[in-house]
Ligand binder design. Structure first.
Ligand SMILES: Nc1ncnc2c1ncn2[C@@H]1O[C@H](COP(=O)(O)OP(=O)(O)O)[C@@H](O)[C@H]1O
Ligand SMILES: [Mg+2]
Length: 352
């Protein structure tokens, strides 16, 4: 048995139970979360993968007057359109091939509680119409049925893409967007709140020490520096994973640099982010990837190097604009047709 009982980072008065981080950005998230929790308003959680959207959704439910009711989660990105439809609304016997008996949907299951629609951005336009109706009228029919069912459900939706952009690109219905977006909560990526990293590392160290019966209580300075410098594309989920691995692999009581994966160890100097957050980080990436070191004997250097830099730049801006071409073109300051041509030329039309 582990005898180590470390002081949890939450001892000083948890901002929200189980949620770590006291950066100004997170304080703002907690404030909004608390304020919105006691209402029945729809909440839209925006943030990259692994930023803690599900954690906040759960907190909202537990702080609300629906806390004694059910909390039901549906990952809209994990199911095909027809499966998702019957998952959400249920179906009756014979509604489609394979519907061998009546099935209650998640909206009914969440009655008097909260329904968390994760990855709402992946729903089809057809389903968006049905969702809009439930949100407005609080009623729906099971697939294949004519009987109308009424429910009392509070909806929290989450998206890892900028929904506003999707609305502009006609991938998401504007009316549904406004229905869901009564109160938006934006959870910043971890690289924008690096001050939270030490607290999170301590939190996960405590947790995994306990789970694995380990005693890793020191953190090598170089290790902490590397953790704070890394750009964390997978956010808190990625950090959690690396700390768990380090605890499992550690032979002593210290989290040392060599226990961290190469991406973190060789992370280089602090950077603003990989997603084209600012020009300096873009330049840094370009140089870092050796795009500017030209072999001395090559011909046509100018166009070759410029093409490589241009391709990298466009790829990064497209990523930061969620592949919304109008937005990327505006950001790059080039004509949309020009961008379109270049995307074809560089084979960048679809996300990698
Ligand atoms: N601020 C935080 N404090 C503690 N754990 C966190 C925090 N943010 C995220 N996590 C943990 O990271 C993982 C990913 O969080 P999750 O809510 O599933 O992210 P998302 O839904 O945005 O992808 C979970 O294990 C969660 O407990
Ligand atoms: Mg999630």
């Amino acid at each position: 048995m582990a005898t180590y009982t470390a002081r949890h980072a939450t001892d000083t008065g948890p901002p929200l139970s189980g949620i770590i981080g006291s950066s100004p950005a997170m304080e703002e998230v907690y404030r909004t979360t608390r304020r919105v929790a006691r209402s029945n308003a729809s909440v839209l959680l925006l943030g990259e993968t692994g930023t803690g959207k599900e954690l906040i959704a759960t907190a909202i439910h537990h702080l609300s007057n629906r806390a004694t009711g059910p909390f039901v989660r549906v990952n809209c990105g994990a199911l095909s359109e027809s499966l998702l439809e019957s998952e959400l609304f249920g179906h009756v016997h014979g509604a489609f091939t394979g519907a061998i008996k009546n099935r209650t949907g998640r909206f009914e299951a969440a009655h008097t509680g909260t329904l968390f629609l994760d990855e709402i951005n992946s729903t089809s336009r057809m389903l968006q119409v049905k969702l809009l109706r439930v949100l407005q009228e609080r009623e729906f029919e099971r697939v294949g049925d004519t009987q109308t069912i009424q429910v009392d459900v509070r909806v929290i939706a989450a998206s890892n893409r900028n929904l506003r952009d999707l609305v502009e690109d006609h991938g998401f219905r504007e009316d549904l967007y406004w229905r869901l977006n009564v109160v938006p909560v934006e959870i910043p990526p971890l690289r924008h709140r690096r001050d939270d990293i030490p607290q999170l590392v301590t939190h996960f160290l405590n947790h995994y020490n306990e789970v694995n019966d380990r005693y890793v209580v020191h953190i090598e300075r170089r290790a902490m520096e590397a953790l704070q410098d890394y750009h964390w594309p997978g956010n808190v989920r990625e950090l959690q994973n690396y700390v768990e691995r380090a605890v499992v692999m550690a032979e002593g009581d210290e989290l040392t640099l060599d226990l961290l994966p190469p991406v973190v160890r060789d992370g280089g100097p602090p950077r603003g982010g990989r997603r084209g957050d600012d020009i300096d980080s873009l330049t840094y990436e370009v140089v870092q990837q050796g795009l500017l070191t030209a072999p001395p004997d090559e011909e046509n250097l100018h166009s070759k190097i410029v093409n490589r830099v241009e391709k990298e730049l466009i790829a990064q801006v497209m990523l930061s604009c969620n592949y919304v071409q109008t937005k990327a073109a505006a950001r790059l300051g080039i004509n949309r047709n020009t961008l379109h041509k270049k995307l074809k030329e560089y084979d960048l039309e679809t996300p990698p």
